[in-house]
Design a protein around this ligand. Structure first.
Ligand SMILES: [Zn+2]
Length: 270
């Protein structure tokens, strides 16, 4: 098969043999791939230092049949992930991005429900991730805001967005108000129901989380198609603990597994 070329982000690397390793990568044009990098563990291997976690590189690989690993033939480093050298929370946020993409896009192969539906979404997800890694490296941008933006955009681009404007059970519109004179200024969220529940349905939801209306407004805002318009310099102002709980519970439910990095990011809920 002919070799393909793409920009890629390294999501995970693990040894395969004494001299080779396997790398999982998100490519700009081909979605997630798993490649065998022969000789990568040799001191002067053919890929130099390109195969580091979260490195952005230009790769050339030979696609194989669906059940075999693709073969990596070239990897040229473009940008290394440096955010972690200055701040542990930013390092964890980067690792989390890698874990969510690696685990989250895995699931699509099995169930076909979490997948990128078009080539355009693939490119958008890649560009969005490159942008997120860049901003994580810049102390002007808030880590908690970047993480929530990443989670909501991942859900949007993979078609897994929870219902935030209508009741997940009956479909009635949820009128979230930020006006504090309202008697009822909170709703409940149910991961298993798939989103927010209205007043009538909230009693039937199991394992619900109480969410202030301004937190629902934040979630809606971060789900926008126009992610470049989200202000990432300001921290999330409201109900941070509930927002973290809602997103983590929902992702755990959707992906059918607990992501390891969630417990490293608890600080974001304080
Ligand atoms: Zn309802």
């Amino acid at each position: 098969m002919a070799a393909e070329q793409s920009d890629a982000i390294v999501l995970r690397i693990h040894p395969w043999s004494e001299t080779s390793l396997i790398a999982h990568m998100l490519t700009r044009q081909f979605g997630k791939i798993s490649v065998l990098a022969k000789g990568a563990r040799r001191p002067k291997g053919p890929f130099e230092a390109a195969l580091d976690l979260l490195s952005i590189c230009r790769v050339v690989f030979i696609p194989k049949a669906s059940d075999a690993l693709d073969i990596l033939t070239e990897a040229k480093l473009q940008k290394r992930f440096r955010a972690g050298s200055s701040n542990l929370l930013r390092l964890y946020a980067g690792y989390y991005l890698a874990e969510l993409l690696d685990r989250g896009l895995d699931r699509s192969v099995e169930s076909h429900s979490a997948q990128l539906h078009s080539a355009q979404e693939q490119v958008e997800l890649f560009d969005f991730c490159v942008d997120t890694l860049r901003l994580l490296d810049d102390p002007e941008h808030d880590v908690g805001t970047l993480v929530l933006r990443f989670e909501m955009q991942f859900l949007r681009l993979t078609g897994l967005m929870p219902t935030l404007t209508h009741c997940a059970a009956c479909g009635d519109e949820i009128a979230a108000r930020t006006d504090s004179t309202q008697r009822e200024s909170w709703s409940v969220f149910s991961a298993s129901a798939g989103g927010v529940l209205c007043r009538r349905c909230r009693g039937a939801g199991r394992n619900t989380i109480r969410l202030q209306d301004n937190a629902i407004m934040s979630l809606r805002r971060f789900a926008t198609f126009d992610w470049r318009s989200i202000d990432t310099s300001a921290p999330i102002s409201s109900d941070r603990a509930a927002i973290r709980a809602v997103v983590q519970k929902y992702l755990t439910y959707q992906l059918d597994r607990k992501l390891q990095l969630h417990s490293y990011l608890e600080e974001l809920g304080r």
